[in-house]
Design a protein around this ligand. Sequence first.
Ligand SMILES: [Mn+2]
Length: 324
Amino acid sequence: MINRTEKFLKIGNAIKDGTDFIILAHTNPDGDAVASVLAMGLILHQLDKKFTMVLPDPVPREYLFLPGVSDIEITRELPENIETLIILDCGDVKRIKFFSDAIEKAKTVINIDHHYSNNGYGDLSFIDQESSSVTEILFELFEYHNYPLTREIAICLYTGILTDTGSFKQENSTAKCHFIVSKLLKFQIKPNEIYSIVYEQFTFNQFKLLELGLSTLEMFEDNSIAVIHFDNEMFLKTETQYTDVSEFINFIRLIKDLKVAVICKQMKSGDFRVSMRSKSKIDVSKIAFSFGGGGHPQAAACTIPGKIDEVKQKILLKIKEFIN
Ligand SMILES: [Mn+2]
């Protein structure tokens, strides 16, 4: 068990002493990444600190409603002199030059995360794999220091927890995370509205894409593994793009007695991004890790080059090792 109090105190001191902050999260940001950057920014604003919020890639459409989102700078160019750098939700920074440069440049680096792959880089780190999301950790940090929460901050924290738990259907939806949610709901946020904005915005073209993807569904190992794929031709045909696939994995998760759901989606480069969800004890982050990817026991992803048949074969072989 990590020493939470001591770590929260040290991070609190660094926040108190810092005068100029850059807040950063991972590439291809998800709900937790965007929301934790915003929540931290809103807190620093409350504390009258100078800060810049940065993401290396654009904010996905479904998170554009989050308070303060237009203040996030989308860039991979950071200033030469960084005083305090807060890196959120980034398990692996070694393989991305942008992050290693940023860490090099900064005087103080604070690393807050919940990925198993996080090695505790930075001057101060708080890594808790038991936390559903970084937003859950931030709530505890803010509460510990009595930072003034607002409805805007509560919306961000709630959204991060909602999305990183797969809307409370993954194993990381713990008693603690629900307890935190109950405190956030006191800020008059509307779960039904947030759910609808995040999950119920499919376009007709996306449904046409889903139809093409579902027609590739294959089941393996006594129907315990489901695999579907999306390629560039399908995106072209339905006038959609790679990012339109992100929630589709939830459709194949619905299959009874499924252990692992797999979606392979082709990137512009031609390589496939393979996302997995586990509905069993199988730790898909280990499978992703063996291909140089990462994630969490119940949700993970990796990139595999090659033609779709080869990609499927490779990932299936690996999953079978873990099933048997
Ligand atoms: Mn996260």
